[in-house]
Design a protein around this ligand. Structure first.
Ligand code: VG1
Ligand code: CO
Length: 543
């Protein structure tokens, strides 16, 4: 029996960089989540007989929204829903399940690296049939629908038992609770040389993986400890908690400080330290005594990917988001394959991957992935590193040093100013944008501006254009500043300042990052005037 619920539009249901993210309290308002989900169903391409995948990162409010979404899917004509056991599917696992079972799309319930709990964040993201985040045309259509919606539909049915694997029926809808891990773990076993890694583990290869009480716990236990033979205890914080144990499940040097400190301890550090975020799509890689920036990790993985079975035939191309360092471009050049520069957010990689133009993609924000799914994939990156370590017998530090000796090094940091007054943040952007045209050729301290622009992207596959994707000030010699506003926050504005300095092979390749970037920090303050316009004299987080 289908029920029609009258509703009214809510302001601000516009998906950001990665779906709709708001405080839990916002989502708990009557009709709020339902309006958004109904808007998705109203505009999504879903032929008769379609399957919908549903899963989330296990944060607070996950189960409530899943039950509502199942009842709504039943009323909206889906034939089948696949839902992860306990409501759990990591973002890359959801992407894989959508592809594997030919679903028309999926709802991923997550606010990724944002904290969880009754007073923290929640999110809903819609992925399309290729397994990837809905492209801009679709998110815009969803948003437009949210501005006029006047009803949502569901069926009158009891909650589904999410904890028991197996089929059940909700009205005319076939619901299947599936193992959250099995399909994903099988895919990883196809891509990488598990026997080789297992042998290396037997011979002493050690690691520490911090699941940050988020979604990767069950995946990492199964893959790292059970299938690859790492010692029990290798996976830390491996039980998903609704509030992530009160932490930010953000795998960076600030929020994964315990792991970082372990890796910098010459006595205690294992060969590899790694962590993932709330929904399992990010990765942090730290070798014994050596942090690898995500931009470098992308470049190093691309340079060594042929050592893993899935990539032994070579890469078709490498894509990176614009603020990500140019380290990967140098690898693409050496491999004789194209390099692509896209706006921030994984949705921009989808077309390149579908068209077979890129094989490996990455973002400076700890996201790396390949054409095996259409999301970034935290454990995939960890497994590729393990495959490379096992195949070469080298340490992470050695791989990094050899890489820089060959390609040069892109020193890199991102400075985040969080919870900034929105008007002040807009002022910073507008101020720099107004100067861009006059900058080329001018000197800022010891740096000379070569190019200054507001980044726009023309998608080479579908020809669509995305403008206003960040301000770039490029200096001669390959150094660069990038400034943009975050599209994933839930409070005020977050200014992201990205700093990059290129040091060619033969130069100072083992300098201190902060020291090496000092001229750029000065130049940024001079050009963007963050302190003057926002009153913030230092960033909240440096990654
Ligand atoms: C941030 C990152 C971006 C990433 C996005 C989603 O976006 O900068 O690279 O794709 O988060 O990641 P923004 O707009 O706040 O800079 V996740 O792991 O939060 O889904
Ligand atoms: Co994430």
């Amino acid at each position: 029996m289908i029920r029609t619920h009258a509703t009214m539009p809510f302001d601000g249901q516009k998906p950001g960089t990665s779906g709709l993210r708001k405080k839990v309290r916002v989502f708990q308002q009557e009709n709020y989540a339902e309006n958004f989900i109904q808007s998705v169903f109203d505009v999504a391409e879903r032929p008769a007989g379609s399957t919908l995948v549903i899963g989330g990162d296990g944060r607070f409010h996950n189960r409530t929204v899943i039950q509502a979404a199942i009842r709504m899917a039943a009323a909206n004509g889906y034939a089948r829903v696949l839902v992860g056991q306990g409501g759990i599917l990591s973002t890359p696992a959801a992407s894989h399940v959508i592809r594997k079972y030919g679903a028309s799309g999926g709802l991923i319930l997550s606010a990724s690296h944002n904290p969880g709990g009754p007073d923290e964040d929640f999110g809903i993201k819609y992925n399309v049939a290729n397994g990837g985040p809905a492209p801009e045309g679709v998110t815009e259509a969803i948003y437009q629908r949210t501005t006029t919606i006047d009803r949502w539909l569901d069926v009158d049915a009891p909650d589904v038992d999410l904890d028991t694997i197996g089929p059940t029926q909700v009205g005319g809808l076939a619901v299947e609770v599936i193992d959250s891990v099995a399909d994903y773990a099988a895919l990883m076993e196809e891509l990488f040389d598990f026997p080789l890694i297992r042998r290396a583990v037997e011979q002493g290869l050690s690691m520490a993986f911090d699941a940050m009480h988020a979604v990767t716990g069950p995946y990492a236990h199964e893959i790292l400890e059970r299938r690859l033979g790492f010692a029990p205890g290798t996976v830390r914080n491996g039980v998903p908690l609704e509030d992530f144990g009160h932490h930010h499940p953000d795998p960076n040097l600030v929020h994964a400080k315990v792991l970082y400190d372990l890796m910098m301890d010459p006595e205690m550090a294992p060969a590899l330290g790694a962590a993932s975020d709330g929904d399992g799509d990010r990765n942090l890689i730290i070798g014994k005594g050596r942090f690898i920036t995500p931009s470098d990790s992308l470049a190093m993985l691309a340079a060594n990917a042929h050592l893993a079975p899935a990539y032994a035939g070579g890469l078709k191309g490498i894509a990176r988001s614009m603020p990500t360092s140019a380290a990967a471009d140098r690898v693409a050049e050496a491999l004789g394959i194209p390099a692509f520069e896209t706006p921030t957010g994984w949705k921009f990689f989808g077309n390149l991957l579908d068209a077979g133009m890129a094989t490996i993609c990455g973002e400076e924000s700890a996201g790396t992935g390949s054409d095996h799914v259409r999301e970034k994939d935290g454990l995939w990156a960890v497994l590729l590193w393990l495959n490379v370590l096992a195949a070469t017998g080298k340490s992470v530090d050695q791989i990094a040093r050899e890489h820089w000796a060959r390609f040069g090094r892109n020193y890199y940091a991102r400075h985040d100013y969080e919870g900034v007054d929105s008007a002040a943040a807009q002022g910073v952007m507008a101020g720099l944008e107004a100067e861009l045209a006059t900058l080329p050729g001018t000197a800022v301290g010891p740096l000379v501006v070569e190019r200054a622009e507001n980044f726009a992207y023309a998608d080479p596959v579908d020809g669509s254009t995305s403008r206003n994707q960040g301000l770039i000030v490029a200096f001669s010699g390959g150094s660069r500043l990038v400034l943009r506003l975050s599209g994933t926050g839930t409070q005020g504005a977050t200014i992201r300042l990205y700093l990059e300095r290129f040091e060619p092979a033969g130069g100072n390749l083992d300098g201190d990052t902060a020291t090496m970037l000092d001229d750029l920090v000065q130049a940024a303050e001079h050009l963007a005037r963050i302190a003057a316009l926002t009153g913030r004299t230092a960033p909240d987080v440096i990654t």
